[in-house]
Design a protein around this ligand. Structure first.
Ligand SMILES: Nc1ncnc2c1ncn2[C@@H]1O[C@H](COP(=O)(O)OP(=O)(O)OP(=O)(O)O)[C@@H](O)[C@H]1O
Ligand SMILES: [Mg+2]
Length: 112
């Protein structure tokens, strides 16, 4: 039997946030494959980067470095227009920021 198709392929993913003069390294050198039909639980303490990772996979934010492929498409290097079309095609409802509840369609909001 053939192996299940990889839907999400993450290699060397990093995400940094600037907070004033400080840089917060939220994700560093993350490798992950999610295969068709996988049922996963993302677990970790508050602030460990769970939402950050989901926002990257969902195309709501961009990685600082590394590659991220979703359904065979390189999300990390997609232009804004292509990313917005892909995101809106895969989600029929409006996305809101988990912190301020304002619409946050193509990038992280600036409430934090
Ligand atoms: N837009 C942003 N700007 C600056 N820092 C951010 C931003 N979003 C997240 N962070 C920081 O990144 C880190 C990870 O946050 P994240 O929300 O991904 O954690 P989490 O694991 O989802 O936490 P929780 O369990 O509380 O939901 C935290 O230190 C957070 O303050
Ligand atoms: Mg969260």
């Amino acid at each position: 039997m053939s192996e299940k198709k990889v839907l999400v392929r993450i290699r060397g993913l990093a995400k940094d946030y600037k907070r004033g003069v400080e840089t917060v390294h939220v994700l560093e050198k993350l490798d992950l494959d999610i295969r068709e039909g996988d049922f996963l639980a993302l677990m970790g303490p508050s602030g460990s980067g769970k939402s950050t990772l989901l926002n990257l996979i969902g195309g709501l934010d961009r990685p600082s470095s590394g590659t991220l492929e979703v359904a065979g498409q390189r999300v990390d290097s997609m232009g804004d227009g292509a990313l917005a079309r892909t995101t809106s095609a895969s989600s029929s409802r409006c996305t809101t920021c988990c912190r301020c509840s304002r619409p946050s369609a193509t990038s992280s909001c600036r409430c934090c």
